[in-house]
Design a protein around this ligand. Structure first.
Ligand SMILES: Nc1nc2c(c(=O)[nH]1)N[C@H]1C(S)=C(S)[C@@H](COP(=O)(O)OP(=O)(O)OC[C@H]3O[C@@H](n4cnc5c(=O)[nH]c(N)nc54)[C@H](O)[C@@H]3O)O[C@H]1N2
Ligand SMILES: Nc1nc2c(c(=O)[nH]1)N[C@H]1C(S)=C(S)[C@@H](COP(=O)(O)OP(=O)(O)OC[C@H]3O[C@@H](n4cnc5c(=O)[nH]c(N)nc54)[C@H](O)[C@@H]3O)O[C@H]1N2
Ligand code: SF4
Ligand SMILES: [Mo]
Length: 801
């Protein structure tokens, strides 16, 4: 194998439109292990939403390697750096192997019986004292369908608490919200195969080169062949995506909405609207046209801080390309006016009817491997099967399915979003908080506050994880969870491809699967249905999957035709049912959307204020299968303020996944990006007297961190910090997490926090002792290549496997 730390996307296998993407099988095995002597277990990589099919190499009951699955529709055998190296974390010696219980202030090894008894005693006492509103669940985008669905039924039909959400709120709540607002329901319309034939690709706030590396390889392979697509990149950073783009719009952070309203205005001015299609398949055109008329080119260029000619060129590409794919991610979802902006990308496609056709569609990207499933199954803020909180018939359907009183299902209001769950915990009304598969003590905004909430004596905190983390350190009970590869389950990637991940090895020590833990809780709590039968009537993954399938019958995400057996042959796209036994490549091919009042997942919201549309108002609107064009005016935010003159954005580097509980334990990945940094533009560096490698103090109103400086290629006035680095492996514990700095602010519609906007200032502390540990081959590349920086990613200390 080549050094896939240095060579992030692997060798090019060019492919022209209409030709299948060639197969290239990427393999990584432990030193001394040969392919011939291992057994291979089918699985799917869970280190991002791309969902690359893979096989886990097993020898002597241990995971010893991985390879991409050649037959899989998602990756045709490829894996990226995280997929190739990240699995090694499973074998890390510091896995959690026993439940821990806090005694006299100290987390102490315990037994499952003792830990579960403590949990159920506390749970029963709080239910008796103050009812289900005392319980909150904060889960993840990284479990399997079977686990989410079980958790959702426990919370919604067993306990009856509305306080359930996932870290998916931080991740892709906006993707779901935008689909619901425009199309009536969540559900990704497009397919990855669209990228194989499309003429133009627009990437909005999406650094795909680092965050979905295999999908980016698919695009690079088109760029290396005849008739490549034209790329447009909207991102304040100079990423590898920006480098490959024909047009790069490095807009001022927070101005997406102005840009998108401007692009729509241009589209209308260029007379590129397909008026027949719009009349037949949408409502709301006149309002939209009236609103965007206020966004002429020069005004938008001024707001966004990019040349008018470049915006015009981007609009012309969108207006004239025979087919267009758009992708949207955190530069939109975690920025100003998240849902409103994401909706404008949907609108652009609707205006030209570029949806549901080969080469034309949308990826309102997911981030986490199974974020989609949290949204589908109802473990978070949504009802299972994309059902509508405000539709009594949808609640009835669930009550019948679960055989419980409809009043048990807490549907008097939309369920509580993550930021509000933490607020209730802070105020003391939530007194039991069960955290599963997420590390909020690093990943939530304003960490000083989050630590204070979790450490409060009044709050009983359960944390279910595979590793010790900054969050387990604050728990009252820690439950050791089986990892990927140590249990069976299914998940769905961003183009609706469902994969099965089979159990390859046993979990270490006493660790148990999340599914087993939830079933055990339900049993010990004696949760029952209306007839006195156990509420959770299944005991293993396949049983849970069968129950989930029934829940999806007749819904947009119909899984009824999918079996484990079928999935062992490779991924299948939902809906898959009697009518579509092999799955469905694209949604909305007939231009009919799930907006009918009895079908839709929401009646919608005002995009500026988040105020809900009532059932009566929706009935008057009566979209009846037509998509809804909706917009709002740009609301200016100033991401800077007097004492804090810089706009701080945060995000990712290619070599790490989130809070690094996995990638930080894989030697190759950790060596490639061993510590955090702050990226400063050349102009700002000059003004502040900062040089590459200096140590700087970065402050916002919320906190301060000390970081080495990378003089990079970003937009003047904007600085960037990767958010991966907490403190678990940091001996001197300097405050260094990006979220020490971020604000508690969220989008009014999707309730997704704004991680991409904080006002900051930087002060030089002095020269640093070491070179800045930022990779030199990605968006964090230095403005001036220096030989001393060759030791960045791919350098001598980072030799591949
Ligand atoms: N290597 C790696 N890959 C991952 C992950 C990971 O942790 N590491 N995590 C996965 C997950 S859960 C997610 S959600 C995705 C996230 O994937 P991305 O969204 O691609 O990643 P980010 O780095 O968070 O943000 C993308 C870009 O948004 C830009 N941005 C900031 N503010 C604005 C703005 O106002 N407007 C615009 N247009 N752009 C702006 C930033 O400059 C940044 O380059 O990645 C997934 N893949
Ligand atoms: N400043 C800033 N903050 C951000 C972001 C940003 O761009 N900037 N991005 C946000 C986004 S998009 C996301 S998705 C979040 C991610 O934030 P987190 O969810 O906190 O990140 P992870 O490190 O993935 O945490 C997952 C935890 O689950 C554990 N785990 C993994 N697999 C399993 C499993 O199967 N079972 C159980 N029980 N545990 C498991 C891991 O060990 C880890 O501790 O961060 C958000 N925070
Ligand atoms: S692109 Fe995502 S799913 Fe594929 S190997 Fe990389 S991390 Fe895994
Ligand atoms: Mo995410």
């Amino acid at each position: 194998m080549t050094d896939r730390i240095a060579d992030i996307w692997g060798v090019r296998t060019p492919h022209a439109p209409q030709q299948p993407w060639p197969v290239r099988v990427d393999t990584m095995l432990d030193a001394g292990v040969s392919e011939a002597t291992v057994s291979w277990v089918p699985s799917v990589c869970v280190l991002c939403s791309n969902g690359c099919g893979c096989e886990i190499a097993v020898a002597d009951g241990r995971m010893v390697g991985i390879r991409g699955r050649d037959v899989d529709r998602v990756n045709h055998g490829r894996l990226g750096p995280k997929g190739l190296y990240g699995w090694q974390a499973a074998n890390s010696p510091d896995r959690l192997t026993r439940p821990l219980v806090r005694r006299d202030g100290v987390l102490t090894e315990s037994t499952w019986d003792e830990a579960m008894a403590l949990i159920t005693d506390t749970s029963r006492r709080l239910l008796a004292e103050s009812g289900p509103l005392s319980h909150g669940f904060y889960s993840t985008g990284q479990m399997f369908i079977e686990e989410y669905y079980t958790l959702g039924v426990i919370g919604k039909a067993g306990l009856g608490t509305p306080h359930m959400d996932g870290n998916t709120r931080l991740c892709t709540a906006t993707a779901a919200a935008a689909f619901k607002e425009n199309f009536g329901s969540d559900g990704q319309p497009g397919s990855y195969t669209d990228l194989d034939v499309t003429d133009a690709i627009f990437l909005y706030g999406h650094n795909m080169a680092e965050t979905q590396t295999v999908l980016w390889a698919r695009i690079l392979d088109r760029l290396a062949a005849p008739n490549p697509p034209v790329l447009v990149c909207v991102d304040p950073r100079r990423s590898n995506v920006a480098d490959a783009a024909e047009v790069h719009l490095p807009i001022r952070p927070g101005t997406n909405m102005a840009l998108l309203n401007g692009l729509i205005q241009q589209l209308i001015e260029l007379d590129a609207v397909d008026h027949d299609w719009v009349a037949a398949h949408t409502i709301g055109y006149d309002d939209l046209a009236r609103t965007v008329a206020a966004y002429p080119l020069d005004k938008v260029a001024d707001i966004c801080g990019v040349p008018a000619a470049d915006i015009r060129r981007a609009a012309e590409i969108f207006a004239t390309a025979p087919s267009v794919m758009s992708t949207v991610l955190q530069g939109v979802y975690q920025s100003n006016q998240a849902t409103a902006s994401a909706c404008q990308v949907n609108n652009l496609h609707l205006l030209r009817g570029l949806i549901g056709r080969p080469g034309s569609g949308l990826l309102q990207m997911n981030g986490q491997p199974t974020a989609q499933n949290n949204r589908e199954t109802g473990a978070g803020g949504d009802l299972p099967g994309f059902r509508n909180w405000d539709n009594p018939e949808h609640i009835e359907q669930l009550a019948r399915l679960w055989n419980v009183d409809p009043l048990k299902i807490p549907h008097w209001a939309e369920s509580t979003h993550a930021m509000q769950i933490f607020r209730y915990a802070e105020q003391g009304s939530i007194r039991l908080l069960w955290i599963v598969g997420t590390n909020p003590a690093v990943s939530m905004p304003d960490l000083a506050r989050i630590r204070r909430i979790l450490a409060d004596e009044r709050l009983f905190v359960i944390v279910q994880d595979c590793f010790p983390t900054e969050t387990t350190a604050l728990a009252d009970v820690v439950l050791p969870a089986a990892m990927w590869g140590e249990r069976t389950g299914t998940c769905t990637n961003v183009d609706r491809t469902v994969h099965l991940s089979d159990k390859a090895v046993d979990p270490p020590g006493q660790a148990r699967s999340d599914l087993d833990i939830f079933c055990d809780y339900a049993k010990r709590m004696d949760l029952r249905d209306r007839d006195g039968n156990p509420l959770i009537g299944w005991h293993d993954a396949e049983g849970a999957f069968a129950a989930w399938r029934e829940c999806t019958r007749g819904r947009p995400c119909d899984y009824t035709g999918i079996s484990y057996e079928q999935l062992r042959g490779g991924g299948v796209q939902w809906p898959c049912n009697d009518a579509h036994p092999d799955g469905t490549e694209r949604l909305y091919t007939d231009g009919v959307f799930p907006t009918a009042a009895d079908e839709c997942e929401t009646y919608g919201h005002d995009l500026l204020t988040g105020a809900g549309v009532s059932p009566q108002q929706y009935a008057l609107l009566d979209p009846a299968g037509r998509a809804i064009l909706k917009t709002a005016h740009y609301q200016p935010v100033d991401p800077t303020s007097g004492d804090y003159p810089l706009a701080l954005t945060t995000g990712r580097t290619v070599y790490h996944f989130h809070t690094r509980t996995k990638t930080g334990r894989a030697r190759q990945l950790n060596d490639a990006a061993p510590g955090p940094w702050i990226e400063v533009s050349t102009a700002d560096a000059t003004q502040l007297g900062l040089a590459e490698g200096d140590l700087a103090l970065v402050e916002t109103e919320n906190g301060a961190v000390r970081l080495p400086v990378r003089v990079g290629r970003g937009r003047p006035g904007t600085v960037f910090i990767p958010f991966h680095y907490g403190t678990w492996d940091d001996s001197d514990e300097l405050p260094r997490a990006a979220n020490e700095l971020t604000d508690t602010v969220w989008d009014p519609v999707s309730k997704q926090p704004q991680f991409k906007l904080a006002a900051a200032r930087i002060t030089r502390l002095g020269p640093g002792a070491q070179p800045t540990p930022a990779p030199a081959n990605t968006a964090s590349a230095p403005a001036k290549p220096e030989p001393s920086l060759a030791a960045g990613a791919g350098g001598p200390r980072n030799g591949g496997a």
